[in-house]
Design a protein around this ligand. Structure first.
Ligand code: ZN
Length: 345
């Protein structure tokens, strides 16, 4: 060992000097830096400012050649009293809520599809017609995603509840999407826009009719309100999927591209943590609860495990996109997970 140390000592004086010089330089830099810190303590040691803004409210992914952007409109909490199920199921919900008070948290959202030829909006959020300050962010989300309301060519409406169409029209009656042609099922339009049905509806339901009529009015006046009653083609590669029950003309829109599919299913589900395990549970907003449950019973088995991407406006998470998995007699939601590699989904 001694001889090796000696050898190192003899052969390495130059290296050692370089190291020493570097060390001195490093110490000088460090001292200068510390001196700087001491000189401006307020800048370096001040409490960090909190930022209360959030990431922009959109999430983009690709379905074949389609660019699909989920647009955040807001968040809310679905009231447990709005759910109808068996006593045993509802007792279970009440108990689960005590352990997990956030299990009925929901988002409201719409979706923008850029086909490469057209810009299609599926549902428009609440605007100022529902949910007060908690909702109505959709246009801001759309702008954050790089688009303007004027660019939207087509709006596909799942149903005429104001949390889905409120964003179409301002409270003073102006069209938010001035160049868009709006499409809605005839059964839906006929129901909500009928003065006779509205006049005979229960008092609690009156605001739904009033808002639907006020929101539709400027598009009807401009000749931009269109109804469909069958399977007429509106957009290439799109299929209409009637999903009656929640409302008379409640409609899903399935778009396909290069073998990939996405279904915009509107209010097929409101409280996914309850209705996926219990598809028979209905909501007080269902015009025909039995039909709404029957629609779920037909649709969910077809979608489970099938790879169809589902756009669910009232998902309990954002982005409100996911797939359905079957677990015994129940279903569960497999959410799309955030990634910035949007073209590799
Ligand atoms: Zn809704």
């Amino acid at each position: 060992m001694k001889s090796i140390d000696k050898a190192v000592e003899l052969s390495a004086p130059t290296t050692r000097n370089v190291f020493k010089r570097n060390l001195t330089r490093f110490a000088a830099v460090l001292l200068a830096a510390l001196a700087g810190l001491v000189a401006v303590p307020s800048a370096a040691l001040a409490a960090p400012h909190q930022h209360h803004d959030q990431v922009p409210g959109f999430y983009r992914l690709k379905v074949g050649d389609l660019e699909v952007t989920a647009l955040y409109d807001g968040t809310g909490v679905f009231d447990a009293h709005w759910l109808n199920g068996t006593k045993a199921t509802m007792d279970g919900v009440v108990k689960a809520l005590q352990e997990d008070p956030h299990m009925l948290d929901v988002v409201d959202s719409g979706f923008l599809v850029n086909t490469g030829k057209q810009l299609i909006l599926v549902d428009a959020g609440a605007g100022t017609w529902w949910g007060g300050a908690a909702l109505g962010r959709l246009v801001g989300s759309l702008r954050s995603a790089g688009y303007t309301p004027e660019e939207v060519d087509i709006v596909l409406v799942t149903h005429l509840h104001s949390d889905h169409v409120g964003g179409l029209t301002t409270h003073d009656g102006n069209r938010v999407f001035p160049n868009a042609e709006v499409y809605v099922a005839k059964a839906e339009s006929d129901f909500w826009l009928s003065p006779e049905i509205a006049a005979n509806a229960p008092k609690d339901a009156q605001p739904f009719f009033q808002s639907a009529q006020a929101i539709a009015a400027p598009y009807i006046k401009a000749g931009k309100w269109h109804t469909f009653s069958g399977s007429e083609p509106i957009v290439d590669g799109m299929q209409l999927v009637p999903l009656p029950g929640h409302t008379p003309g409640h409609t899903g829109y399935e778009l396909s591209s290069r073998g990939q599919k996405i279904l915009f299913w509107g209010d097929t589900i409101h409280a996914q943590r309850v209705q996926f395990p219990h598809p028979e549970v209905t909501v007080v907003f269902d015009i025909d609860p039995a039909a709404a449950a029957a629609t779920r019973n037909q649709l969910l088995p077809k979608l489970a495990g099938g790879g169809v991407l589902i756009a669910s406006p009232h998902s309990s998470v954002f982005p409100p996109l996911g797939r359905l998995r079957k677990e015994g007699s129940r279903y569960s939601w497999v959410p799309v997970v955030f990634t910035d590699r949007w073209d590799e989904k």
